[in-house]
Design a protein around this ligand. Structure first.
Ligand code: ADE
Length: 225
């Protein structure tokens, strides 16, 4: 998969994809991430990409011209399946959206700043608008990093244990069950005996029951969906 990210603070995106599973995805040639500096398409030699909003009011708006030029130039060579604007008024991101996006070939993420981007760019170029939650970040970069991470780790072939993503929290609208590792007893606290039984059917039943219990306790909204 090819992921392109358009940003006015590309430095913010230097580290998140260089480690752990994202690094493995890149090394396996399954995920290619390119960050573009929007100021390369600025309207003047001062790097201008934003301006005052019509109608008055505090806060700058990211201008049409740099965004449209950047999107058109990048789209001509990469033919994006989706052009995604990261914004707090977008659709709230979830595992289902991550699953769908992980099957695409080519994505462009636009990171907003200030008051956001000129509505005409949204109307004419953006195919999806995503929020990572009901709070406002100082820019879309960290939100894009969250979404790219969630997508990248489930691209087929990225995880070593191909099945493990299937048992993540949210994959079937259930939170994941509790997990334990060695030692079997620590300070007198014992691992549930069923996990030591070797009876795989019983273990699966226990995990399902625990997942259900945890979801009822912590996220009943998932069960009513
Ligand atoms: N930009 C600022 N806040 C955001 C959020 N919550 N989700 C996505 N992009 C954002």
């Amino acid at each position: 998969m090819n992921i392109h990210i358009l940003s006015i603070v590309p430095e913010l995106l230097e580290s998140p994809f260089g480690h752990s599973i994202m690094k493995r995805a890149a090394n396996k040639g399954l995920l290619n991430i390119t960050v573009h500096h929007l100021r390369n398409w600025a309207v003047n030699e001062h790097g201008m990409v934003d301006d005052y909003q019509f109608g008055g009011g505090a806060g700058m708006v990211m201008m049409c011209e740099p965004l449209v030029k950047a999107i058109e130039e990048l789209n001509a060579t990469h033919q994006f399946d989706e052009i995604i604007y990261m914004t707090p008024d977008g659709k709230t991101f979830n595992q289902g959206m991550a699953n769908t996006l992980s099957l695409k070939k080519s994505l462009l993420f636009i990171c907003g700043h200030y008051k956001g981007i000129d509505q005409r760019v949204r109307d004419h170029f953006i195919t999806k608008e995503i929020s990572i939650g009901d709070f406002v970040l100082s820019g879309g970069e960290l939100a894009a990093a969250v979404v790219v991470d969630a997508i990248g780790r489930i691209i087929p072939g990225v995880l070593n244990d191909e099945t493990s993503a299937l048992f993540d929290s949210f994959q079937d609208n259930l939170l994941a069950p509790p997990v334990y590792t060695r030692p079997e007893e620590f300070r007198g606290w014992k691992v549930p005996s069923v996990l030591m039984s070797g009876d795989h059917r019983k273990i699966e039943e226990w995990r399902y029951d625990e997942a259900l219990k945890r979801t009822e306790e912590k996220r009943p909204d998932l069960l009513s969906d």
